[in-house]
Design a protein around this ligand. Sequence first.
Ligand SMILES: NC(=O)c1ccc[n+]([C@@H]2O[C@H](COP(=O)([O-])OP(=O)(O)OC[C@H]3O[C@@H](n4cnc5c(N)ncnc54)[C@H](OP(=O)(O)O)[C@@H]3O)[C@@H](O)[C@H]2O)c1
Length: 206
Amino acid sequence: MAFAEVSKTCCVITGASRGFGRATAFALAHAFAESGCNSHFILLSRDEKKLQETRNGIMELDSYAKVHTVVADLGEMKTLEETVNNAFSKVEPNQVSHAILLNNAGSIGDISNRIKDMTNIRAESLQDYFNLNISSPMFLISKFLKRFEGSSCTVINVSSLMAVESFSHFSLYCTGKAARDMMCQVLAKEEVWFVIVLIFPSFVHC
Ligand SMILES: NC(=O)c1ccc[n+]([C@@H]2O[C@H](COP(=O)([O-])OP(=O)(O)OC[C@H]3O[C@@H](n4cnc5c(N)ncnc54)[C@H](OP(=O)(O)O)[C@@H]3O)[C@@H](O)[C@H]2O)c1
């Protein structure tokens, strides 16, 4: 992706405290520094210390980057709207020519049970799983597109092989990833003017 012609880019990254989210933040910071692009980062996760580490890493790569951190549980529906409003308030949209949302935060969920044995678990834990892995990214996309409607927008969904191939015991993960893929396919039909990217990382340990 070329950034040279972009005056200001805002990257919203969920799950930026470690793993793929942090690695992508560093890769983007490197690309922005190389191209001389002004960048804003909004990083979200529940771990303040690790978010600060990601922030420091970005600043080392791109000393001009403006990096905002938001500590929040994205699976908590009661506070999700407040969390998202708080996150997006960090950057004035009229300063942004290109906005990128990396919907990366996610969890594998309980893989100790086959579906028929799920009577062992609390029914609420199913809802908790889908809150974090489906409802929250959908809500975030919606708020993101409204907030940055005057900018060129890119939504990136971190998908998986398990979105398209079934694996025993991974019913939560496979279902969540397949739903997120379909969410993006619907978006692509609805919003032809922005870019949606699905990433299928192979097994990574960052
Ligand atoms: N690793 C792989 O091999 C692989 C393969 C295919 C797809 N993927 C996908 O790639 C994405 C990242 O995977 P990863 O391996 O980098 O995972 P990871 O190391 O476990 O990181 C997950 C990230 O999500 C955040 N997160 C989890 N629950 C959260 C919550 N309730 N609220 C806010 N943030 C939350 C974590 O932040 P905190 O814990 O700090 O809150 C962390 O930053 C996931 O969507 C995963 O499904 C990974």
